[in-house]
Design a protein around this ligand. Structure first.
Ligand SMILES: Cc1ncc(COP(=O)(O)O)c(C=O)c1O
Length: 381
């Protein structure tokens, strides 16, 4: 192989390094201010016991094939039935990840002639599906209902005849703020359209019974919800809730569902237990809520910054290199705080993303913010 063939990649990586955008895998350590394990279920004895019990009752490790072939296990079906009852959806489909579910649903549900109008800050996995879709696509300013309405209006004016698909996150992964779901659902209704709600960071944490922020819209035909299982639920995978016909359509058309080995049946067993924990242990949700309130108030008093109000607290830095330096110093002091840089977030909005989970207590939060204040003052822009 010529030197050239690999040089191209080295050059790109060197360029990323210069811009403070090179990503690297690092060992995990320090107090957790980064994970999405909001309810501290990832290492919970109940989930471990559920896995062990599943092994003991003969649930296999591997599915052995696609859901459409021999990989459709009773454990997947039991999970989907229980999740449909839990989330009050007509039907639920289990995917191996939220990424795969978003890629699948956006690639096949919006049809040629439809419009996908998505929030400017929507997750990369939705972009993956939107890029593969035959529908038109437009971005709308973050959380601005008028911008969504304008985009639909412009598209109609230009001859758009199909159905609009409004795509949002109920609680934004990097900003921690909430989408105006009621107004967006009304907009979808007005235009005979659909609303796709990615509940990744709300599932298990927010809304009645931990069912997410879309509970008021449950069961409606034009609502599609995505509940990921690797965040508050502590496992992995995703549960897509929609009408029976849309789920059937995905099973028949989504290549990522059809041509992929089904998730491990053991994972399905663990997610079944995670949903039971969310139902049986409301104190976890209440404790996280108390901790999030404490963190939001402490952020205001210590750093003079307004919090998002949720368990995700961005501390805006702006400059990539400064964000990296601050994060590195905090990590060296034992606080696992990460810098989030473009392209994950818009250019010029590099930030530290503080995630509050039940893996930490108030003393750790207060201690981390005190040190962050000092480090930010020392690492001047
Ligand atoms: C809003 C949102 N949607 C989807 C995903 C993807 O979910 P998963 O991690 O299960 O692939 C994530 C995870 O980062 C996310 O934050």
């Amino acid at each position: 192989m010529s030197v050239d063939a690999l040089d191209r990649y080295e050059k790109t990586l060197a360029g990323l390094m210069r811009k403070g955008r090179r990503r690297m895998l690092a060992p995990t350590g320090g107090i957790d201010f980064t994970s999405n394990d909001y309810l501290a279920l990832a290492d919970s004895p109940r989930l471990k016991a559920a896995m062990t019990a599943a092994i003991e009752r003969g649930v296999p490790v591997g599915a052995g094939g696609s859901r459409l072939l021999r990989g459709n296990h009773a454990e997947h079906e039991a999970l989907e039935a229980e999740a449909a009852a839990f989330f009050r959806a007509e039907r639920v489909l289990f995917f191996g990840s939220g990424y795969a579910a978003n890629a699948a649903l956006f690639s096949v549900l919006p049809q040629r002639g439809d419009l996908i109008v998505h929030d400017a800050l929507i997750h990369a996995s939705a972009h993956e599906g939107i890029a593969a879709s035959k529908a038109d696509a437009l971005a709308a300013r973050h959380n601005d209902v008028d911008a969504f309405a304008d985009a639909i209006g412009r598209w109609r004016h230009a001859g758009g005849r199909g159905h609009p698909w409004i795509a949002v996150e109920s609680l934004y992964s990097m900003d921690g703020d909430r989408a105006p779901l009621t107004a967006l659902a009304a907009l979808a209704d007005r235009h005979d359209g659909f609303l796709v709600i990615d509940e990744a960071h709300a599932t298990g944490v927010h809304g009645a019974g931990g069912r997410g922020l879309s509970t008021a819209l449950e069961g409606r035909e034009n609502i599609v919800t995505l509940h990921t299982c690797g965040k508050a639920l502590g496992v992995s995978g995703a549960l897509l809730g929609a009408s029976r016909v849309l789920c059937d359509y995905i099973v028949n058309r989504a290549r990522g569902f059809i041509y992929s080995t089904a998730p491990s049946p053991l994972t399905a067993a663990a997610v079944r237990e995670a949903l039971k924990i969310v139902a049986d242990e409301p104190d976890r949700r209440a404790d996280l809520d108390g901790l999030s309130r404490f963190a939001n108030e402490a952020l205001a008093t210590t750093l003079g910054m307004e919090g998002s109000g949720s368990q995700i607290l961005p501390v805006m830095i702006g400059d990539n290199a400064r964000a990296l330096r601050i994060a590195a110093r905090m990590q060296a002091e034992g606080f696992d705080l990460r810098a989030i840089r473009p392209p994950t977030v818009p250019e010029g909005t590099a930030r530290l993303r503080i995630a509050i989970t039940l893996n930490v207590g108030r003393t750790a939060i207060a201690g981390m913010l005190d040190r962050l204040k000092a480090v930010m003052a020392e690492e001047r822009p």
